[in-house]
Design a protein around this ligand. Structure first.
Ligand SMILES: CC(C)(COP(=O)(O)OP(=O)(O)OC[C@H]1O[C@@H](n2cnc3c(N)ncnc32)[C@H](O)[C@@H]1OP(=O)(O)O)[C@@H](O)C(=O)NCCC(=O)NCCS
Length: 144
């Protein structure tokens, strides 16, 4: 299971919800600057954003989670962070911020927290493998 939330000094990452559609559409999903280097196209209608949110919510939380990045103090949506478990020992992520929140160190702050969690997870995974395997067969997950 991927975590329910991540917290940093300024941010809370919490699962996207149906109520976020308006904030996502109004602040970044239709912005061509924000979407210039991402794999999805700018949303042309609120319905497209709604369909995206529906897909995120329907995705099993042990496979992929999309978090809204909100201010810890003001609960205002700043962007989104997707965390995907591609394999038991493989994670990747994608992220966006609305333009007004760029260049304030926010994504570095979020990534630092998520990376720290991922490192703790990988240590736990290696420890689990070592417990499960007889000593003679021990190997790191990448070597199996
Ligand atoms: C990429 C993005 C998330 C960066 O977020 P951010 O909070 O502004 O980043 P930070 O303030 O933590 O800055 C991290 C570093 O990236 C640099 N940086 C941020 N945006 C940049 C941009 N558009 N072009 C070049 N460098 C950029 C910053 O200068 C900083 O480097 P520095 O510490 O050497 O100055 C934000 O610009 C964004 O949402 N872009 C559109 C979506 C996107 O491209 N997402 C990435 C693909 S998954």
């Amino acid at each position: 299971m991927l975590p329910d939330t991540f917290e940093t000094a300024r941010l809370l990452l919490r699962p996207v919800a149906a109520v976020d559609v308006a904030a996502i559409f109004d602040t970044y999903s239709q912005d061509e600057e924000v979407t210039r280097y991402v794999i999805w196209r700018p949303h042309r209608s609120r319905r497209e954003t709604q369909a995206y949110v529906d897909r995120c919510i329907a995705t099993p939380a042990d496979v992929e989670r999309t978090y809204m990045i909100v201010g810890r103090e003001d609960d205002v949506v700043r962007g989104a962070f997707a965390l995907r478990r591609r394999a038991p020992h493989r994670l990747d992520c994608g992220y966006v911020l609305a333009q007004r929140w760029w260049r304030q160190g926010l994504m570095t702050e979020a990534l630092t927290e998520v990376s720290a969690w991922a490192l703790r997870e990988s240590s736990r995974l290696v420890a689990d493998v070592r417990v499960q395997q007889p000593a003679a067969q021990q190997s790191l997950p990448d070597e199996t």
